[in-house]
Design a protein around this ligand. Sequence first.
Ligand SMILES: Cc1cc2nc3c(=O)[nH]c(=O)nc-3n(C[C@H](O)[C@H](O)[C@H](O)COP(=O)(O)OP(=O)(O)OC[C@H]3O[C@@H](n4cnc5c(N)ncnc54)[C@H](O)[C@@H]3O)c2cc1C
Length: 596
Amino acid sequence: MKDRFDIIVVGGGHAGCEAALAGARMGLNTLLVTLRADRIGFMSCNPAIGGLGKGQLVKEIDALGGEMAKATDETAIQFRMLNSSKGYAARSSRVQTDRAKYNQYMRDCLLRRAGLEILEDEATNIISAKGTCKGVVTKSGRKIYSSAVILTTGTFLNGLIHMGLGHFPGGRIGENACNELSKNLRVLNFNVSSLKTGTTPRLDGNTIDFSALKVQRGDRHIIPFSFSRTELKLRQLPCYVTQTNKKTHKIIRDNLDKSPLYTGVIKSRGVRYCPSIEDKVVRFPDRSSHTIFLEPEGLSVNEYYPNGISTSLPVDVQKDFVHSIKGLENVRFIRPGYGIEYDFVDPTELYPTLETKKIKGLYMAGQINGTTGYEEAASLGLMAGINAALKIRGKAPLILKRSQAYIGVLIDDLVTKGTNEPYRMFTSRVEHRLVIREDNADIRLMDIGRKLGLVSKKAHSYMKEKKKNVMSERRKLESAKLGQILKRPHVSYEDMLRVDKALKPLTYYEKVQLEIDIKYEGYIKRELINIKKLEKVDLIKIPPGFDYSSVNGLSNEIKEKLEYFKPYSLGQAARISGVTPAAVSLLMVRLHSKPV
Ligand SMILES: Cc1cc2nc3c(=O)[nH]c(=O)nc-3n(C[C@H](O)[C@H](O)[C@H](O)COP(=O)(O)OP(=O)(O)OC[C@H]3O[C@@H](n4cnc5c(N)ncnc54)[C@H](O)[C@@H]3O)c2cc1C
């Protein structure tokens, strides 16, 4: 194997897959170093992609030329559009996938990719000189050099697995932790601390009494994730719904003295929005039950993921409380649940390109940035891969705005505010969600993906066709004075089709787009004016190396903050907590810009 590449990606999880593919697809010699090649694209937790706020990320990844949406469509066993009774801005797709097939699809995709090599090894050290990254050292003693290194190490850095009061090192169950790299990052002076997450036991479907449970089927009308019009191949499966009960809660309460969470053994913060069953029972003592979704793991295994009972209690207690649940009275465990603590690096150590401020050419993406979730990881991996490639090519970076993409919000939140708990995406984090939605991710981002060389001509042509169809039917509606009627609540484009024979049937997303454009025309116009105003400050760039100490009137505290964050624009400076409007005005004057 060569010892020099353009880009080295460390870690073959969801972030690493997108980063490595983006680098190779943009024509750079890329190496993926990962612990196990058979685990490339492996889902550590539940076999599902998307969900509220996350579906939008997956659509954006697809529009920019990433792989996650295609992998999901190819391996999907259940599709659901969440919040379909609510407004369009709140809707998100969620898909159950076949875990083994997803893993295989991603691995094959990377193995087949020209310009991408894969090395099964552990990266232990970063090679750097004079503040610039030069490559990595691996456990087998190799020194491999590159212009950029992207770390996507997930839950593996200093990973410690907890089951009851016992714990042992591990990156996830059955896989080793990586401690050397974590040590090296501390030596390099990165601010490393730890977070916690957890997962549920896996259950043998042959021993579940499904006859006692409510069936939850997927949508009949399936809308694939990818804008490339992927064909769905697999048989669709239902999920099942059951509930915890008073007895379950009593067993859990009676055993809290054996819980690493409630005895202080686990000290790190966990995912607030995806709490363990122990947390739910303690935090909501008035609730007598919590819902559990039994999600199939795939077509070729009779295994279920009981979504809602993530736990790090001892295995015998896990069995006791699970057996108290309807339908699971005689269930056999395939694997127990567990909690895991792992190291992450403070994401305020990163520029919005995901390059570290301390070491040029070193990027970080995925769970190492303090996020949780496959979708967040893949979004960050894709952006790190793109930006590393652009930098090597001497081109301007790609920084998506908050008003342009959920990915823009995700990165801006992380690098500007940091996080002290695992960060997951929500629609509520996105202030301009009326204009950035799942249905228009292609319109918003595909031109960018095409320009980068990541989106195929065919996929791009579908987007142009969609734009054209929406425009032409809108014109017809307006000239026939039907636009005003479509504005009314409960009137849909389908109703219009019945009235005006000149109108053409549209695809689901074309219809959604047209209805939103017409029904919310006034709100959208106002929102766009608002965005323009806000963006004016983002357009005022702060040159790298700007000397904040020379700005008269700034307090020392604010100077220190700005020096630490190194904002790329006045807009980012204004979003840093503690930077006052007065400080922003002083900076604006110093940057020789007119007030907005
Ligand atoms: C127990 C558990 C529970 C979880 N629960 C949830 C949940 O409830 N909700 C949710 O959204 N997400 C959950 N997740 C998180 C989800 O799995 C991650 O967010 C996602 O997988 C992160 O993707 P990633 O690419 O950053 O890292 P990972 O998918 O963890 O992949 C990391 C990759 O890096 C490789 N690697 C690590 N260090 C090195 C090294 N030094 N050298 C070479 N290779 C290395 C590993 O082999 C692996 O391939 C959970 C994860 C675990 C382990």
